[in-house]
Design a protein around this ligand. Structure first.
Ligand code: ZN
Length: 156
């Protein structure tokens, strides 16, 4: 798979400076010569780029990264890298409900614990894994489910 990485290349050189001249300006003027002459600069790999925010300064999606065949843009590779999404799921702690007709409160305690109320009008099933309910008239179910929301990393 094609990936983008930020690398930092450090050239160390010597410049001639006249009185009042800024060595940095001289070096900037000679930067192409310096890079061309020094074939062994210090190179450090900063890390992989997975989103636009991680691009170094002056780089954008429209830039062409080095090392490729000059037809692939930064944005082509970044959109192919799929970051994990933070999503929210509901975690059931009590699968519980009450029947409006007979007043019975029923609770399914584990995945195959199918529980029906006294009068047979409603049932609940699934425990904490999933909440499955049934009734001849769904308005007879008073939901008493207890749950909380949890963040998780999703691949989609
Ligand atoms: Zn009932």
């Amino acid at each position: 798979m094609t990936k983008l990485h930020t690398v930092e290349i450090t050239y160390t050189s010597v410049v001639i400076v006249q009185d009042g001249e800024d060595p940095a300006q001289v070096a900037k003027r000679c930067v192409c010569d310096i890079c061309g002459d020094d074939s062994d600069p210090h190179i450090e790999v900063i890390g992989q780029i997975t989103c636009m925010d991680e691009l170094p300064l002056h780089w954008s999606g429209d830039a062409i990264p080095y090392g490729g065949d000059d037809t692939v843009f930064v944005r082509d590779i970044i959109t192919a890298v799929k970051p994990k999404n933070i999503r929210i799921r509901e975690v059931v702690t009590k699968n519980k409900c009450q029947c409006k007709l007979c007043g019975d409160i029923i609770e399914s305690k584990h995945v195959h614990d199918f529980v029906r109320c006294k009068c047979g009008e409603i049932f609940t099933d699934g425990g904490k894994s999933y909440v499955r309910r049934g009734a001849s008239d769904f308005s007879n179910i008073i939901d008493m489910t207890e749950s909380y929301e949890e963040q998780y990393e999703s691949d989609w």
